[in-house]
Design a protein around this ligand. Sequence first.
Ligand code: PRT
Ligand code: MG
Length: 209
Amino acid sequence: MAALTLALSKGRILEESLPLLARIGLDPAGDIDRLLRVPSRNRDVSLLIVRPADVPTYVEYGAADLGIVGKDVLMEHGGAALYEPLDLGIARCRLSVAAKKDGPRPDGVRRLRVATKYPEITRRHFAQKGEQVELIKLYGSMELAPLVGLADLIVDLVATGGTLKANGLVEIETICQVTSRLVVNKAAMKTKHAAIQTLLAQFAGAVRA
Ligand code: PRT
Ligand code: MG
């Protein structure tokens, strides 16, 4: 059995992880579109292909020793149970508040409704500003919510801004910058210290390259 297991976020983060993995000999040796567990070219490291939001859970419980996951997902999950030693600088975007071009019109009576996939981050953000908002949890296509009157504001990821623009929305506030991070299980960091340090150094080198 491989010495280390690395959980990868399926989708765009996986796409952007592949060049980094290739640089350090961890390219998947199998069909990543169909397999959920794939060996890598390095026999000591096996790969798990999981949904982005599940990566922190796999790593926290030690089903994977390491993971690659977006800072957005980590912040929403609550990262305290994991080490986050390296910013991989990939899948770069920002988490922002957006509204219709003509803006939300607070009437002073009703609380603003905010639709998002990130209720925890959103709750913290507005609480810090001392604003009471009503959260509406969505699983995707947040941009639709203001257009159909489901919400006044959205909190969503923005990269080029093209999606907001296409839907007549404008960014009104940036909450934070987002990149993908390498995360490590806390127990594994002790019990597999040497192997993990070697891998961390390789990743750090690949990021700088
Ligand atoms: O499929 P599942 O629901 O499990 O996962 P997912 O849809 O979250 O996966 P995927 O492949 O979309 O990857 C999401 C992760 O990629 C996020 O957690 C981020 O860390 C990272 N990432 C980087 C992005 C973007 N950039 C991004 N632009 N995730 C989503 N977007 C979307 C955004 O939500 C919006 O709809 O792209 C649109 C905005 O892009 P622009 O360029 O039009 O501004
Ligand atoms: Mg998706």
